[in-house]
Write a protein that binds this ligand. Structure first.
Ligand code: NAD
Ligand code: UDP
Length: 343
């Protein structure tokens, strides 16, 4: 099948491209490289021994996107492209409404124009805000606590609205929990162009001695050890969930179209201190940390109920926290070697 992957040079998109190529799909990537580099595309090709059709286009460039859709007929679109920092979204909300919401509307419109009806969209567990209980299932209320979360909710709403207009579209909204880890080759990983805000990229900076210590944001939450609890999922398992979603879109015996929202996580919650401890043990590295105030806007705990995703996609996460910590560090070490070699 011909699959268009938006944001395919990014962290999750690049891993997904590897899996799609391994499954025998023909993969086209559009990415403006605003938070990634062309190296990711070369490395996908190196890992798979297959060719990617890469286009450096901004989703907001209507003419460029139109030319792309005119040149090739796609069977499905997997839409990763967008901006992903919660804190940046608080400082620059308009950027998030423009780059996440408006760009998605343009994509939906162009898909409709060229009669492409299969879509997987990268949503986020952040759409649940502070849940009243855990585990979180898909019927929990949606609450946008920051512009990033609101941007995801808006796109979900547009897709549901669009579905009413085009009832034969087949749409899966994947609400990811906390993706970490990296490709086992060490060639692909989370490579943000700016200073990272997320836990694992920051732990990697401490492990590589680019930062002196990790700040643990609060130890007075009502959790097992007082630090925040999240459902971390290996990026390879997350990529598998996309391949399973694609199979569902392309072969489901649901007669009419659909728009399903699915949570994608492992169903297990780990605290910040558990992550530090596991990382230290598996990689034999010391991660110094200091407990500081809570980060504004943080929730205490979040992990998913896996029942619906398992039942619908026949998918479940396979890798454990040891794999996630090991592969993350392997990726960081490869990146350090590459940088040293380049300089
Ligand atoms: P990423 O930043 O690594 O990848 C996004 C890619 O999209 C980048 O390569 C970037 O250059 C590209 N891009 C951004 N704006 C674009 C535009 N206007 N036109 C073309 N390309 C553009 O992020 P990621 O971690 O791979 O996340 C992928 C998706 O998953 C995002 O939509 C993100 O919001 C969502 N998500 C991520 C996480 C996470 O923790 N990583 C969690 C939940 C949801
Ligand atoms: N966290 C932390 N120090 C950091 C980054 C994150 O203590 O430098 C904590 C954060 O408070 C949360 C957990 O790690 O409890 C995961 O944070 P992340 O930003 O990775 O994911 P999110 O909060 O968006 O789910």
């Amino acid at each position: 099948m011909n699959i268009l992957v938006t944001g395919g040079a990014g962290f999750i998109g690049s891993h997904c491209c590897v899996q799609l190529l391994d499954e025998g799909h023909d993969v086209t990537v559009v990415d403006n490289l605003s938070n990634s580099s062309i190296e990711a595309i070369y490395n996908i090709e190196l890992i798979t021994g297959k060719k990617i059709n890469f286009f450096e286009i901004d989703l907001l460039d209507e003419e460029g996107m139109n030319n792309l859709f005119q040149s090739k007929k796609f069977d499905a679109v997997i839409h990763f492209a967008g901006s992903k920092s919660v804190s940046e979204s608080v400082d620059f909300p308009l950027k998030y409404y423009f780059n996440n919401v408006y760009s998605s509307i343009l994509l939906i419109r162009i898909m409709a124009k060229y009669d492409i009806k299969n879509l997987i969209f990268s949503s986020s567990a952040t759409v649940y805000g502070e849940p009243s209980s855990v585990p979180i299932n898909e019927s929990f209320p949606i609450k946008g606590m920051n512009p990033y979360a609101i941007s995801k909710i808006k796109v979900e709403e547009h897709l549901r609205g669009n579905f009413h207009e085009y009832p034969d579209w087949r749409i899966i909204l994947l609400r990811y929990f906390n993706p970490i880890g990296a490709h086992k080759s060490g060639l692909l990983g989370d490579n943000p162009n700016d200073k990272p805000n997320n836990l694992m990229p920051f732990i990697l900076k401490v492990a590589s001695m680019e930062e002196e210590y990790l700040e643990v944001f609060g130890n007075d939450y009502e959790t097992k050890d007082g630090t925040g609890v999240r459902d971390y999922i290996h990026v390879s398992d997350l990529s598998d969930a996309h391949v399973s979603s694609l199979n569902y879109l392309l072969s489901s015996d649901e007669k009419s179209g659909f728009c399903h929202a699915l949570n994608i996580g492992t169903g297990r919650g780990y605290s910040v201190l558990e992550i530090i401890e596991t990382f230290e043990k598996i990689n034999n590295k010391n991660i110094p940390y200091k407990v500081v105030d809570r980060r504004p806007g943080d929730i205490s705990q979040s992990f998913t109920d896996t029942e619906l995703s398992q039942r619908m996609l026949k998918w479940s996460a396979k890798k454990d926290l040891n794999d996630m910590c090991k592969d993350s560090w392997k990726w960081k070490q490869s990146e350090m070697k590459r940088k040293k070699y380049e300089s």
